[in-house]
Design a protein around this ligand. Structure first.
Ligand code: ADP
Length: 520
């Protein structure tokens, strides 16, 4: 044997894979050293025997078939050709293998066999780990969903007693009493306001998380939104000695208007809250990908190491959990959820002692079809309201809310007719055809809605009676209500002042002067 031939023989003999030469009938003519290591047979135990002995018994008939196929079409078959193959050791144990086949001359074939137990084990471990992670994620999603459901139910159920409490408080405020009593009432008012804010933040979070809100994007000019927000926040800024700068803009955007409004409201409210002196600026600038809206302040700023947490629920910079200060640490959590829902990128830059800038990137629209009028928000002190008159039909299925509303309205001088469902409302309509205004809860029992009540009574009396629909449901379904100048939506829990102001507007503003309704 020449040195060349010797090297070649060694190459096969000491190859890292088990190697066999097999004839067309499946008889093993040659096995290298590695075969002993992989299959546990001595070489003379397998040479001259059928290659089938290296396979699990149940697979042998199939193997004969493969062998015939190979004999008819002898081509090189690489390893790992997508087949899950098994080998059988001398002790009967089975293990996964990869086999490559090469045709030699005279119908012989060379097979290289690799034990892939270790690789398969790692693959299986990876699959198991992925399945465990998927399962953990599913469990977390389920837990999150049930948390959202719990939040939604709890906050929804809390709204009724809170509504009653707000009405009773409003009623008490109208009763003559000792100054000490007034002081207690004022504190009670703060507590109710604070509960209302927390409740609506929790409701916002749960609605956003449960997927109950689906955005309704439209094209609209940004300045309309800016003007609305400026009117809303200027008094608060002024009372802190801050300037609220709203830069004029001609830009239009395409997104859900009321969700963007809510998002900006939270950012502006924070900017004012966390600024002691200077200005809060609202501006829109064109960028390549659309429009950038910035809310900048000259406030306390946020330390860099806290920036990553400010969007977390209940996180407040410098406030340990379970301790309190103004706010609940939910504002930015809501901002982030809305931004996600609208597919908007939000970015924050801040320097302690200098101020913060929150930026949002929005799609740009060239023109705007929408031209909604400004909200004619009536504010001011209505405690000294002159005595009112008018016949009001109140439909509400929650007795405590019905009673509280009646007490409030009667104290104001209104005559109140109560009903707890549609049938009763229609009955009262028959008895009192001179009703001036309808107030109805939206969700009534047995799937009745306040809309059915309002339209039913209006039809029955053949008049477009002014009406207020009180609802906690500000979902998109509600936003699709038809425009109706005689119909106002009031969000639950509505307080006494808001309700009385709305009633005043509907009862005393001639229809033609009334602003077109902009539903929430
Ligand atoms: P909060 O109800 O406390 O305002 P947010 O979720 O709105 O809750 O904000 C979380 C925290 O981020 C706040 O407690 C505050 O510390 C910080 N923060 C938010 N906006 C600003 C801002 N414009 N300037 C400084 N700090 C801010």
């Amino acid at each position: 044997m020449t040195i060349h031939q010797q090297l070649l023989a060694d190459l096969v003999e000491f190859a890292p894979d088990a190697m066999l030469i097999v004839d067309a009938s499946g008889r093993i003519l040659y096995a290298n050293q590695r075969v002993t290591h992989v299959f546990g047979y001595e070489r003379d135990e397998i040479v001259d025997r059928s290659v089938d002995m290296l396979l699990p018994e149940r697979l042998r008939p199939k193997h004969a078939h493969h062998r015939r196929n190979f004999a008819e079409d002898p081509r090189t078959r690489p390893m790992g050709a997508g087949l899950d193959l098994l080998g059988r050791r001398a002790d009967g144990s089975e293990f996964p293998v990869e086999i490559s086949l090469s045709p030699l001359r005279d119908g012989l074939a060379a097979a290289a066999i690799r034990d892939v137990s270790d690789r398969k084990r790692v693959e299986q471990e990876l699959i198991n780990a992925r399945e465990a992670a998927d399962q953990a994620r599913e469990e977390a999603d389920r837990a999150n969903l049930s948390k959202s459901r719990f939040l939604a139910t709890a906050s929804h159920d809390l709204r009724q007693p809170l509504q009653a409490l707000a009405m009773l408080h409003g009623t008490l405020c109208r009763v003559d009493m000792h100054p000490n009593g007034r002081e207690v009432l004022a504190q009670q008012g703060h507590a109710i306001d604070s509960m209302k804010r927390l409740l609506s933040a929790l409701l916002d979070i749960s609605k956003l998380e449960s997927g109950a809100i689906s955005p309704q994007p439209t094209d609209f000019p940004i300045h309309q939104l800016f003007e609305l927000l400026s009117a809303e926040f200027s008094p608060a800024a002024r009372s802190k000695g801050l300037t609220l700068v709203v830069e004029p803009t001609q830009l239009c955007t395409h997104t859900d208007q009321s969700l963007l409004e809510q998002l900006l409201r939270n950012l502006i409210s924070n900017a004012i809250k966390y600024t002691r002196a200077g200005a809060v600026t609202l501006r829109a600038t064109p960028i390549a990908s659309g429009v950038r809206i910035e809310i900048c302040d000259t406030g306390v700023g946020i330390p860099t190491d806290q920036l990553a947490y400010i969007f977390d629920e209940f996180f407040q910079v410098g406030v340990a959990r379970n301790t309190t200060r103004e706010g609940y640490g939910l504002g930015l959590a809501i901002v982030q959820r809305i931004a996600k829902l609208l597919g908007l990128r939000i970015h924050v830059q801040s320097e302690p002692g200098k101020g913060s800038a929150f930026t949002l990137e929005l799609p740009r629209a060239e023109t705007s079809k929408s031209d909604w009028p400004m909200d004619a928000s009536a504010s001011g002190n209505h405690l000294a309201r002159p005595a009112q008159s008018g016949k009001i039909l109140v439909t509400e299925d929650e007795p405590s809310v019905l009673l509280a509303t009646r007490l409030l309205l009667e104290l104001e001088g209104y005559q109140v007719i109560s009903a707890s469902n549609r049938e009763e409302a229609l009955q009262r309509g028959c008895e009192h055809p001179d009703i001036d205004l309808l107030i109805s809860d939206y969700h009534l029992q047995e799937d009745q809605t306040g809309l059915n009540v309002i339209s039913g009574v209006r039809q029955q009396l053949a008049r477009n009676i002014p009406a207020i629909l009180v609802t906690g449901d500000t979902s998109s379904a509600m936003r699709k209500l038809p425009g109706d100048r005689q119909l106002r939506l009031a969000s639950k829990p509505i307080d006494a002042e808001e309700l009385l102001t709305l009633m005043d507007e509907l009862l005393h503003t001639p229809d033609a002067l009334r602003p077109a309704e902009r539903l929430p």
